[in-house]
Structures are given as structure tokens and as C-alpha cells.
Design a protein around this ligand. Structure first.
Ligand SMILES: Nc1nc2c(ncn2[C@@H]2O[C@H](COP(=O)(O)OP(=O)(O)OP(=O)(O)O)[C@@H](O)[C@H]2O)c(=O)[nH]1
Ligand SMILES: [Mg+2]
Length: 556
């Protein structure tokens, strides 16, 4: 590898550094503002140990190498596989003086089911996105002495509140078997399906010590109908489409485990008292789901690059978002959680007026910066606004030391307005493409039914297209301009920022009075109290007003 200039090394290759922080242990813990006194270090030698290029290194002014990557995903595609049933057992009673006792094989246990539950405390789908396949346990096989097999283990999928679940496809062996039987019965015009005497490897269990010749001669009864567990009644109707916007007390069943096979006592007849066969367990169903987080955070930060969004997030939460004195330090959204407590570890419970449940924390999304013409794909584009779009409240982070704050605010609003326009156009195009449904001559019926995921019979073959295998439509969202918002004016500690702040405040007052036009140039804008909160995130000053104001907006 070519040698890299020493000065760039810590920035480009943090992992190559011997000491990640250049700092002593005390420096890592130093946390100096009064609102966050809890983490303050007791190490008095701290400033002597800090290197000259980061003389005041702390949680809020960290060197660029001191950061933790947020592992975060707002989408996940997941295949859930319910447990298959255990096989039935072939066994006979054996006791003293009873040489050839009656059949006593137990039934197989049923497979594990899959449940889903929306819970508070989860903020991301990354754990599920990483797994991609979740399997419930298989039922155990039945045993001799009429012992039934054990049930398979259930799986509980816990997702954050605000997750939307949509089904992409499913494979249900029991339903398919039933469909096959129905089609066969239909083709023979109501004649009873005769499966007598046939042996199917996937359905029948055979007595281990029997010889092949015995099977060639032995008679099999008609195959029992595929069995479904009682739990399937509680199963959701396909295709699954859920909007889990409230925390759930009890889990909801997504896929019930399959039934176990029947033991050999089920096949005792007058002609065959000692049947040497049992049935295998049913196959478990599998469902492929798309999970998407509809609500990401309570507050979303919108600001230009280098405005101080990540520093503000660090000041409000224990986030380790990367901070650097250059544009586009943040390349991926950071989600932080601000605990509403009284600085002594006791939760300051605030009633959430909408649902009446207590609010103990606020989640914050910090996204990469926006620059003028971001909607023309300048900078990092507008893709990240997807995350802000899903916040309840927007906080515009404006740097008071970087030119006119009003101009910055207007630029940001302009980009949000353009984002909404682009989205509206996209939605219209999508709707149009759905309305115009091209059908080739003479195949109108087949294409219509294929759209619905039904069975489409072409001339030569049958196409079974899983419903929703095409890309799913975008989630409907409230327009950005209708969200409550406020401004956080940062870097208020720097010289000569007072005047800039005063102008900004006057502008917001004029906006609230209606003397100035809304900067987004949209119609249905949010009309509420507008505030500009001056803070110095790097010193942790003034930030305590942010949770207060946010809670007020969230509850209104
Ligand atoms: N003086 C002063 N400097 C600040 C303040 N807040 C942030 N900074 C500095 O501003 C620079 C940029 O801060 P970041 O938090 O990385 O800014 P950002 O908005 O996240 O930037 P991007 O992620 O690139 O969009 C850093 O050098 C911070 O130390 C503040 O309140 N006062
Ligand atoms: Mg940042």
C-alpha cells in the first residue's frame, strides 16, 4: 500500500491509529456542561494530557476520530418460516406375554408459530434486516407408548412502533395441497379422489425394519386431508398489510406452525390391525414480508452542512455522531434518544396527550446537510429527506456565524418545497402507470387475473405470480410543509451573532403574523407559534429549551 501522508491518516484511516482518541482515559469521559454533569470526569490532569490539536476535547467537541457508527435501517425484507410438524410414530405395544401388541405410536408435535409485536424502545430495523430469515422450531416426532411429539419453539418478531408491514409473497404447503385436491376433484367432476394404495415418499413414514417388498405388497389407506392447527383461525388474512403505529400489549400471530403427522393407531382397520405406517408432519408456511419504518423520530434536524447538527445531537443525547469542521461529515442518518429526566436519573414523565400514555423520551434524527440546489442532486441530494419526512417535528438548524440566518432558512425551505414538488410528480406518475393497464388483444382476462396474483391460464402453461412481487407503492406521508417546525440558531457563542439572531427572530415574528409569505411557497402550511432558540451546542448552553419546546409541539 502506498504511504499516506501522516497528517491525513487519522481522518482517512481511523482504524490504523494506535490510540483511537490521542487522549488519556480522563479525556474520553470529560463532559463539561451543567446539563449533563452526570458524565463529568473527576480527572484533574485532563487538559495536560490532551494533545495540542484538540485542546478542549470533550463529548461535544470531540476529535473527528471519536465517533461511533449508528447501525440503523429503516427497511427490512424478511422471510418468516413457521415450523414444520413432527412426524407420526410407528410403534407397537410390547409387554411380557404380549408378543405383538396393538399400535401405540404418538402423533408428531406441531411446529412453532411466528408472532409480531410493536414495542417501545426499538428504534431501528437493522437487527431484522441483518437476519433476513427467521425460522420457528420444528415439532418433534411422536414417540412410542402413545407419546406425542413436543411443540416447536415459537418466534416473536419485535419491531419499533411505527413499522408498516407488507406481504410480498407466501408459500403455504397446506393451502397448496388443498388447492391441488380441489383442482383434481374438479377435473374428475366431483369423483372422490382415490389415493388408496398409492405410496408417497413425502407423505408416509415407514416402519424402519420393514423390507421394500413389504411395501410393494402392503395396502395404504387414502391419504388423510392436510391438517391445519386451530391457531390458523387467528392468523391474518393474506395478503398481510399492517400499520403498527401503537405499542402492542400482546403479540399478533403472523404464521401458525404446521400440524404434526398422525401416529400409526390412526390407521388401524379391521383388515390391518398392525399398520406399519404413519404420516409425516405438514410443511411449515413461509411468508416474505417487507417492513418499513413509517415514523423514524420525533424531531428531524434539517440544516446546511457544517451547521452543527451532529454537535447538537451530541449535546441532547448520548449519541456519538461524527463531528468535523468540514461539510458532509455526516453521510448517514444518526438517530439519538433524548431521555426526559431531571438529571438525577429519574424519568420526568410527561403525558402524551394524543394517546394518554407517558412520554419518557424523544428520538432525534440527524441527517446529512442540504445545500442550495440539492433537489438537482447537488451535494448528497434529497434522498435523506425521506428520514425527515417521517419525523413529527422539524428543527431547522441554522448556523448564526455563517452569513444571514434568514437566507439559510429560506434556502432550506426552498429545498423542502422542491422535494415535495418532486414527490408529488412521482406519485402522479405512479398512479397514472397503474391506471393505464396495457392488455394485448384476446388476453384481457388472463392479464387481469395475473395482476391480482391469481392463477393465470395461458394456452400452454399455468403462471402463478405471487401477489405483490412487483415493487410495493411508497408509503403515504403527511406533506413536510404541514409539520410543526422551529429554528435552532447554533454557534451563538461566537462573536457578532446577536444581530443575526435578532433579525431571524423578527423575521419569524413577521412570518407568524402573516406579513411575510411562507418560505416554502406552499398552501397548507403549518400555522403555529414560531420560535428561534439560540444555543451553543459546543458548550451545551441553551439546549435544554429544545426538549421543552419539542414536547409542546408534539402534544399539540
Ligand atoms: N463555536 C461553535 N462551534 C460549533 C458549535 N456547534 C458545532 N460547532 C462546530 O461546527 C463544526 C461542524 O459541526 P458538525 O456538528 O459536524 O456539523 P454538521 O451540521 O453535523 O455537519 P455535516 O454533518 O457536515 O452536515 C464542528 O467543528 C463543531 O465543533 C457551536 O455551538 N459553537
Ligand atoms: Mg453532521
Amino acid at each position: 500500500m502506498a504511504r499516506v501522508q501522516g497528517a491525513f491518516l487519522p481522518f482517512l484511516y481511523p482504524c490504523l491509529e494506535t490510540s483511537p482518541l490521542h487522549l488519556g482515559r480522563g479525556a474520553r469521559l470529560l463532559y463539561r456542561n451543567k446539563a449533563t454533569r452526570r458524565y463529568q470526569s473527576t480527572d484533574s490532569t485532563i487538559h495536560e494530557q490532551a494533545p495540542p490539536d484538540h485542546p478542549l476535547s470533550s463529548h461535544l467537541n470531540p476529535p473527528p476520530t471519536d465517533y461511533g457508527r449508528t447501525i440503523f435501517a429503516d427497511k427490512a425484507t424478511l422471510t418468516l418460516s413457521a415450523g414444520s410438524g413432527g412426524h407420526g410414530c410407528i410403534s407397537f405395544l410390547r409387554e411380557k406375554y404380549i408378543e405383538a401388541g396393538p399400535a401405540n405410536g404418538g402423533n408428531g408435535g406441531s411446529g412453532g408459530s411466528i408472532y409480531i409485536q410493536a414495542v417501545r424502545g426499538e428504534t431501528s430495523l437493522h437487527k431484522l434486516a441483518r437476519r433476513s430469515l427467521l425460522r420457528a422450531g420444528r415439532g418433534k416426532n411422536g414417540q412410542g407408548k402413545s407419546k406425542g411429539g413436543q411443540r416447536g419453539e415459537d418466534v416473536l418478531v419485535q419491531v419499533p412502533v411505527g413499522t408498516v408491514v407488507r406481504e410480498i409473497s407466501r408459500h403455504d404447503p397446506v393451502a397448496e395441497e388443498e388447492e391441488n385436491r380441489r383442482m383434481e376433484a374438479g377435473s374428475e367432476e366431483g369423483a372422490e379422489v382415490d389415493t388408496k394404495g398409492t405410496w408417497r415418499r413425502d407423505k408416509w413414514m415407514l416402519y424402519p425394519s420393514s423390507t421394500p417388498s413389504e411395501y410393494a405388497t402392503s395396502k395404504f389407506p387414502p391419504l388423510p386431508r392436510p391438517r391445519k392447527s386451530n391457531l390458523t383461525l387467528a392468523q391474518l388474512e393474506p395478503p398481510i398489510s399492517l400499520d403498527l403505529s401503537e405499542p402492542m400489549e400482546k403479540p399478533m400471530l403472523l404464521a401458525a406452525g404446521a400440524m404434526g403427522g398422525l401416529g400409526n393407531p390412526h390407521f388401524v382397520t379391521t383388515s390391518n390391525q398392525r399398520p406399519k405406517f404413519a404420516t409425516k408432519g405438514e410443511g411449515g408456511m413461509s411468508i416474505t414480508l417487507e417492513l418499513e419504518l413509517k415514523l423514524l423520530a420525533d424531531v428531524g434536524f434539517v440544516g446546511m452542512p457544517n451547521a452543527g447538527k451532529s454537535t447538537l445531537l451530541r449535546a441532547l443525547s448520548r449519541s456519538k455522531a461524527r463531528v468535523g469542521d468540514w461539510a458532509f461529515t455526516t453521510l448517514q442518518p444518526n438517530i439519538g434518544t433524548m431521555v426526559l429526566d431531571n438529571n438525577h436519573g429519574r424519568a420526568q414523565v410527561q403525558a402524551n396527550r394524543a394517546s394518554g400514555e407517558p412520554r419518557t423520551q424523544i428520538s432525534i434524527a440527524d441527517i446529512p446537510g442540504l445545500i442550495p440546489n440539492a433537489h438537482m442532486d447537488k451535494g448528497l441530494g434529497l434522498g435523506f429527506l425521506r428520514h425527515v419526512e417521517r419525523a413529527h417535528v422539524l428543527a431547522f438548524v441554522v448556523d448564526l456565524s455563517a452569513g444571514d440566518a434568514i437566507d439559510s432558512l429560506n434556502t432550506l425551505w426552498n429545498e423542502l418545497g422542491e422535494f415535495e414538488t418532486l414527490k408529488g410528480m412521482e406519485t402522479n406518475m405512479e398512479t397514472e402507470s397503474r391506471i393505464v393497464d396495457w392488455k394485448p388483444l384476446g388476453s384481457s382476462r388472463s392479464s387481469a387475473s395475473a395482476r391480482d396474483g391469481a392463477v393465470a391460464r395461458n394456452e400452454e402453461n399455468i403462471i402463478i405470480e405471487p401477489s405483490g412481487s412487483r415493487s410495493l407503492p411508497e408509503l403515504p406521508m403527511a406533506p413536510i410543509s404541514s409539520k410543526p417546525w422551529f429554528v435552532v440558531a447554533t454557534k451563538a457563542d461566537l462573536e457578532g451573532t446577536q444581530e443575526n439572531f435578532a433579525n431571524l427572530q423578527a423575521y419569524l415574528d413577521a412570518l407568524a403574523n402573516g406579513t411575510v409569505k411562507h418560505p416554502s411557497k406552499r398552501k397548507n402550511v403549518w400555522k403555529g407559534p414560531l420560535a428561534a432558540i439560540p444555543v451553543s451546542a459546543i458548550r451545551g448552553e441553551g439546549v435544554e429549551r429544545i426538549p421543552e419546546w419539542t414536547v409542546g409541539l408534539l402534544d399539540d
